[in-house]
Design a protein around this ligand. Sequence first.
Ligand SMILES: CC(C)(COP(=O)(O)OP(=O)(O)OC[C@H]1O[C@@H](n2cnc3c(N)ncnc32)[C@H](O)[C@@H]1OP(=O)(O)O)[C@@H](O)C(=O)NCCC(=O)NCCS
Length: 168
Amino acid sequence: MAATAPVQIRPFQPGDRSEVLSLAPRLTEGVAPRRDPAAVRRAAQNWVQTSIDAAARPGHAVYVAIARGRVVGVVSIREQAHFTGQVDAYVGELAVASGMTRRGIATALMNVAEAWAAERGLAFLALHTGAANQPARSLYRRLGYHEEELLLTKAIPARHKHPEQATP
Ligand SMILES: CC(C)(COP(=O)(O)OP(=O)(O)OC[C@H]1O[C@@H](n2cnc3c(N)ncnc32)[C@H](O)[C@@H]1OP(=O)(O)O)[C@@H](O)C(=O)NCCC(=O)NCCS
């Protein structure tokens, strides 16, 4: 069996940009399939771009996982006010390269995010994930996360013209 490459977690550097952006499509996994796939892909790209652009700003951080000199995982974190006014640490994006999963990389990235939050004296680490994203839900459950809110959606049936309103 081939030896597993050691993985190092370190802060994002500008030279990581393109490799981190290449992980953005991973964030489309677990999004409700009824959403527009092209719009989901665009949004995922924007989330990652926004996070790496803000990485050096106070109250923001991005960490990468490196194996064999390549970026194989990313987590972004920032301070964000909860509606109670309490400032949480909020994980924006977490992604691990396909082919590098189930090796503890996401767990290591989340541990670093948790240490970042603890250093700031923040009481909670919060994040959103897709209800259909079973791998992520399983990961977060294992890491001790509790479900605090649910987003409910109902599809609105397409509006058909009433026959009496139809123009002749
Ligand atoms: C979810 C994701 C981040 C997990 O990364 P990872 O590096 O494989 O996670 P870890 O190796 O640290 O896994 C830790 C635990 O999470 C759970 N888990 C991870 N992947 C899983 C899978 N495919 N199915 C079920 N459970 C899974 C398991 O409990 C796992 O422990 P185990 O391997 O001992 O059973 C990765 O699959 C990914 O990048 N997915 C696409 C992007 C995404 O969904 N991001 C999160 C959105 S908020």
